[in-house]
Design a protein around this ligand. Structure first.
Ligand SMILES: [Zn+2]
Ligand SMILES: [Zn+2]
Length: 134
């Protein structure tokens, strides 16, 4: 993760804005393959001094974090930015065919993968033709 932030001192605290760049690693929602996704998420947040909030400010607004006057808890603002930029279900490919529901094989590796499903009513006939061929 690479942070590219600028900090600006404002009346209520410190205004942080910038971008976070990095690679998110997840799991394909269909075939469970590892998915790496480059992300570049905008980061912004206001780190408010605790006492400035008592001055009748709106509470509960987004992108507002508490600032104890010493340490900026950047982790939270960065995590928020990253999470909102990620897709809900990551996919290794938008057309990922997923896994075979019979044996769990990865269909993207084997596009012709199929199982012959014989109707039991034909099974007798199948063994009959096998015998004839041999
Ligand atoms: Zn996949
Ligand atoms: Zn299969």
């Amino acid at each position: 993760m690479r942070l590219d932030l600028s900090l600006e001192s404002v009346q209520e605290g410190i205004w942080v804005s910038g971008t976070v760049n990095g690679t998110a690693i997840g799991e394909c929602g269909r075939c469970l393959d590892e998915v790496r996704q480059e992300i570049a998420a905008p980061v912004q947040g206001l780190f408010e001094y605790p006492d400035s909030r008592a001055a009748g400010e709106e509470e509960g607004s987004e992108d507002v974090f508490e600032f104890d006057g010493e340490n900026l808890e950047l982790e939270e603002v960065v995590r928020d930015a990253v999470v909102t930029s990620l897709p809900f279900t990551p996919l290794c490919d938008p057309d990922c065919p997923g896994l075979c529901d019979q044996c769990g094989a990865r269909l993207a590796d084997d596009p012709d993968h199929a199982h012959e499903v014989l109707d039991p009513r034909w099974a007798a006939l199948q063994s009959f033709t096998d015998e004839k061929e041999s």
